[in-house]
Design a binder for this molecule. Structure first.
Ligand SMILES: [Zn+2]
Length: 296
């Protein structure tokens, strides 16, 4: 953790219907001084402009599952997002290089589920976790979720660089700009940039040793019938109730006939990304996690 940070990228519109990131980048375009710091350069950009125009998550496929090293150099892949991922990879990466064009990526997202102010981390790098601990100190309401993925290789935009994370805030319906969470996201980005400024100047008089996280256990699908259609949905206890603690015997799902399906595992878990609209097509009703304190 001794190298200086030279360049940070803020990316928004990775999912074209998540307007917090789309409009925050618009705001930075009008007021670049907001993200200017003396000791490093900040680059900000819209990622999936095609999806933004249509106000959809993506055009052909989920851009935030497209940054797979071998695919980024595969000329036979030419969907809208495959081509886009290659150009973004060249601008910010390339992924896997010892020295990437930027040192850290902050990718902006929102979710329809009640995630409050959260960051999603998919790497084990010390710098990323030091930033996370600093953010938690600045914003005690922040939740930190360690994602273990739905793809073999982490394929998020922020996986182009070794260090980085996604900001997830919600609940926000798709295609909606919500003021309170917009300003919270903006503040979190500003804190992140302030961290790098202090880091570069040697003004961080503290090394964080531990952090409380929600650690990915598994993704849980809806109960489905033989044809794959949902025959139950999330129980009302969990709806709009992010980071819900589930104990054996607690209601989990409810069938369309009103029959309650309970959580039957022995281990207490915390549910998040509950009933996220974008995850219906992926086959996830929620993510189950373990709350723990880890050494960083
Ligand atoms: Zn998103």
């Amino acid at each position: 953790m001794s190298n200086k940070i030279n360049k940070v990228a803020i990316t928004g519109g990775t999912h074209g219907n998540e307007l917090t990131g789309v409009y925050l980048i618009n705001k930075y375009k009008k007021n670049p001084d907001l993200v200017k710091r003396d000791s490093f350069k900040t680059l900000f950009m819209h990622t999936n402009v095609g999806a933004m125009k249509k106000c959809t998550r993506y055009v052909d496929k989920d851009l935030n599952r497209t940054f797979i090293k071998k695919d980024l150099v595969n000329d036979a892949l030419y969907s809208y997002e495959d081509v886009l991922a290659k150009s973004i990879n060249l601008k910010l990466g390339p992924k896997g290089a010892e020295k990437t064009a930027v040192d850290f990526i902050i990718d902006l997202h929102s979710t329809t589920s009640d995630m409050g102010l959260s960051i999603v981390i998919d790497n084990d790098n010390r710098l990323t976790w030091q930033v996370a601990a600093y953010l938690k100190e600045m914003e005690p309401d922040l939740h930190i979720f360690r994602w273990r993925g739905d793809t073999k290789e982490v394929s998020f935009v922020n996986s182009i660089t070794k260090d980085g994370f996604a900001i997830e805030v919600g609940p926000i319906p798709q295609g909606v700009l919500r003021a309170d969470l917009f300003f919270k996201t903006e503040k979190l980005v500003a804190h992140t940039l302030d961290f790098f400024e202090k880091y570069n100047r040697g003004d961080l008089h503290k090394v964080y040793e531990t952090i409380e996280i929600y650690d990915h256990i598994k993704l849980l699908d809806f109960p489905r019938d033989k044809s794959g259609e949902l025959n139950a949905t999330v129980h009302p206890n969990l709806q709009d109730n992010g980071y819900y603690k589930l104990t054996k015997g607690d209601p989990l799902f409810i069938t369309l006939e009103g029959e309650v399906i309970n959580y039957e595992e022995e281990k207490d878990v915390y549910a998040l990304f509950i009933n996220e609209a974008a995850y219906y097509e992926k086959g996830f009703a929620m993510c189950l996690t373990e709350k723990k304190v880890i050494k960083i």
